[in-house]
Design a protein around this ligand. Structure first.
Ligand code: GLA
Length: 387
């Protein structure tokens, strides 16, 4: 097992002992994820290309009398009754949501959970999906239930949709349950089917934190999801058979002449799905320059058409390109978080140092990790670990 995974599991188990005075009955570890390309497409039934990364979160659980949730990052222990759970608006909701979701299926589990994490929060690396998935796997094991990995991912997404109240797609959960070492996951969100795509060793993946923390609950994420749904509804007035905006060619989107901003949103979704297919071909051919161009085009589309970038993120993309990256783009939901940059593996360290030197990050963002450049390895997905 990779040492990062074992270390985080040990930390969660330790926190569990320290908080609840007992050994955990189960520990689950989930990686975070990057998304190479295919952004804001999953909830529109499109394609995306994420990969699990070597930053981990662990949840250690045991049976209690109530629900109790502790985290390394917070001093308070959140307590709740499994029979009458309600959203707190705080950090524990992704864990509570899993128990609430199981409750809707008739299973009340009074779980005590301890969370340890190396995934920076609000940075676009899916710390929330990692928490949802690790909590799901751990609590299911506590209840002596076995689920297929993607079913655990679906349950975690349902918790995010129904309990936390964020209308997210399935990309993040799929990436962290189905991810495989040195492979990206070509995920078709409509069919909910993933296919592994080998990643050439010549490419390094750099993630640059903006230090602008984004919470999906408070961002324009729900607005974008609603606009995408409305654009599809209007497109169906012309083409009643249309399943997803991803099934359209860009010129077909233009021909629909949707009112703005729906036209721009639809153009992004259709174009982005095409870019995912082309990116897979670039990876198969080992063509890093062409992949970089697609990633840059994705950024421009996310900035201009989908309007989820910020000036600070655009600037990081520019600095990364100036430092020698073939491509870079805002990653995840946007409105903050991180930039993903594609770099050549042999020059990655030098490029990362150049990016760090070239960034002009305000102190307030720097205190939240802004300006940090991480070189990430692509790893296996989530699972249970011996406590
Ligand atoms: C967040 C959501 C995902 C996806 C991305 C944008 O990470 O959780 O479902 O929509 O934003 O691509």
């Amino acid at each position: 097992m990779d040492p990062g995974r074992a270390a985080i599991a040990a930390r969660a188990a330790e926190l569990h002992r320290g908080t609840f005075g007992a050994d955990p009955a189960a520990v689950a570890v989930s990686p975070g994820r990057i998304n190479i390309i295919g952004e804001h497409t999953d909830y529109a039934g499109g394609l995306c290309l994420p990969a699990a990364i070597d930053r981990y979160l662990a949840v250690a659980v045991s049976q209690g009398e109530h629900i109790e949730v502790a985290s390394e990052r917070h001093d308070d222990v959140v307590r709740a009754d499994p029979e009458s759970l309600s959203r707190t608006g705080g950090w524990a909701d992704y864990a509570l949501g899993v128990v609430a979701e199981l409750g809707t299926e008739g299973l009340a589990v009074p779980a005590r959970m301890a969370i340890a994490s190396d995934i920076p929060a609000g940075s676009g690396l899916s710390s929330s999906a990692a928490l949802g998935v690790a909590a799901t796997m751990a609590v299911l094991d506590l209840a002596d239930l076995v689920a297929e990995p993607l079913d655990a991912g679906r349950l975690a997404r349902a918790a995010e949709n129904n309990f936390v109240g964020v209308p997210s797609g399935l990309m993040d959960q799929a990436a962290v349950v189905l991810g495989r070492r040195d492979h990206a996951l070509l995920f078709d969100a409509a069919a909910e089917i993933g296919e592994l795509v080998a990643l050439p060793g010549e490419i390094a993946w750099l993630v640059i934190q903006s230090g602008i923390e984004r919470e999906l609950r408070g961002s324009g994420y729900a607005d974008r999801a609603a606009e995408a749904a409305e654009a599809l509804r209007q497109a169906r007035q012309t083409n009643s058979e249309l399943k997803s905006l991803c099934d359209l060619e860009p010129h077909e989107v233009e021909a629909l002449a949707l009112p703005e901003p729906l036209g721009r949103r639809a153009r992004h979704i259709a174009g982005e799905c095409m870019r995912v297919r082309m990116a897979v071909a670039c990876l198969e051919a080992g063509n890093i320059e062409a992949l970089g161009q697609l990633v840059l085009t994705s950024h421009r589309s996310l900035a201009r058409d989908y309007e989820v970038s910020l000036p600070a993120l655009d600037e990081i993309v520019e600095v990364a390109v100036d430092a020698g990256c073939p491509g870079a783009r805002v990653m995840g939901a946007g409105f903050g978080g991180s930039v993903l940059a594609v770099a050549g593996a042999t020059e990655a360290e030098a490029v990362a140092a150049k990016i760090e030197a070239g960034l002009n990050v305000p102190d307030v963002a720097r205190r939240r990790g802004g300006g940090a450049v991480h070189r990430l390895a692509v790893v296996d997905g989530a699972g249970l670990v011996q406590p």
